[in-house]
Design a binder for this molecule. Structure first.
Ligand SMILES: Cc1ncc(COP(=O)(O)O)c(C=O)c1O
Length: 358
């Protein structure tokens, strides 16, 4: 079997031991005579898997008791809408920090629901960055403050979260569980699973329970956080297989420890940025203080060279390096499950490519 080094931004690489375990259990889950995809989501086998996924997230992130851990559908994109639908009441203002393409999508949805104040805007700046905490112009009494902890496309990441009087809401889709976060400092965290957590089809939401009570009475049942809190994310049929993979991924992370994961992520990113900085040929696209540990974005001298770079890397089994279609360039996504050996191989490739083309 040969596994590619998968630099894809999402869906992205999963730990091979998780895939192997899922493969072993696929046809007959623990002697049940059927796969986890074929059994009732209310039966004892799936219930154990579901409850373990919740418990593992609680343990890994030290989630306080007054917060709920939910597994919902509709991706992080539905959260762009659900957050304001539930938390932004009439006459209130929500503060949004525009750090790039994903923050902008969240802002677009919030504006359809209520009043939005843009607390800072560096969404279109090049080199890319996130705002400094001192730049934020927050509204006293805002319903909440929304941020995007890691801009997956631009490769800019908040290294420290702002402290806000209003509840802080963070889209952590592309850096969830890559580093420790103090959940109690936030009101709500959401993250699509398909980068650090598991397969697409499920979104993790961690919400302080009192915030769920704000939803207006006429909001549809499926769109209310309170529905999913009351039903332990089992109001309707959940994406059982995706949640099962999250159980395996988080079990492995618990074994290795989140601090150790964070250290490894920092080391992997530091190696790649060092290779970029050591060269006149490669040019990082994010300002150094905001460089993402998850999505390393850079340019080559010309678009033709970028195309050649991606093609040659792919031939050597390094896949998914093309930058997002909206910005071009190169993006190496090195999420939790991306192996350190892949970073070493890639750095060697970069050096060779520069020697041949620089
Ligand atoms: C930071 C961020 N937010 C939101 C999304 C959208 O997630 P989904 O496709 O699950 O709706 C993405 C997807 O890549 C993302 O990177």
């Amino acid at each position: 079997m040969s596994r590619a080094y998968n630099f894809g931004a999402g869906p992205s690489t999963l730990p091979p031991e998780v895939l192997e375990e899922a493969q072993r259990d696929l046809v007959d889950f623990k002697g049940a005579g059927m796969s986890i995809m074929e059994m009732s989501h209310r039966g004892k086998e799936y219930s154990a898997v579901h409850d373990e996924a919740v418990a593992n997230i609680r343990k890994l992130m030290a989630v306080p008791d007054d917060y709920a851990v939910l597994f919902l559908q509709g991706g992080a994109s539905l959260q762009f809408a659900m957050v304001p639908m539930n938390l932004l009441g009439p006459g209130q203002t929500a503060d949004y920090i525009n750090s790039g393409a994903w923050a902008a999508k969240a802002i677009k949805e919030a504006k359809m629901v209520g009043k939005v104040n843009i607390a800072a805007d560096c969404g279109k700046e090049i080199p890319t960055r996130v705002p400094a905490i001192g730049e934020l112009k927050l509204t006293p009494g805002a319903a909440y403050v929304h941020m995007t902890s890691n801009e997956t496309i631009s490769g800019a990441q908040w290294k420290e979260f702002p402290r806000t009087d209003s509840p802080l809401v963070a889209d952590m889709s592309s850096d969830i569980l890559s580093r420790p976060v103090n959940v109690a400092d936030l009101g709500l965290i959401y993250a699509g699973a398909q980068k650090n957590l598991g397969p697409a089809g499920v979104v993790l939401v961690i919400i302080r329970k009192d915030l769920a009570a704000r939803a207006p009475a006429n909001l549809a049942t499926m769109l209310r956080y309170s529905t999913h809190i009351e039903e332990n994310s089992l109001y309707n049929t959940p994406p059982c297989f995706s949640i099962y993979i999250i159980t395996l991924v988080t079990r492995l992370l618990l074994k290795n420890g989140l601090d150790s994961m964070f250290r490894q992520n920092r080391e992997k990113a530091a190696k790649l940025y060092a290779a970029i900085d050591a060269s006149q040929f490669y040019r990082g696209t994010a300002v150094p203080e905001c460089r993402s540990d998850m999505n390393v974005t850079f340019r080559l001298p010309t678009e033709e060279l970028e195309e050649k770079f991606v093609k040659e890397a792919s031939k050597l089994g390094m896949k998914g390096l093309k930058g997002h279609r909206s910005v071009g360039g190169i993006r190496a996504s090195i999420y939790n499950a991306f192996p350190a050996a892949g970073v070493d191989a890639f750095v060697a490739f970069m050096k060779g490519f520069e020697a041949a083309n620089g």
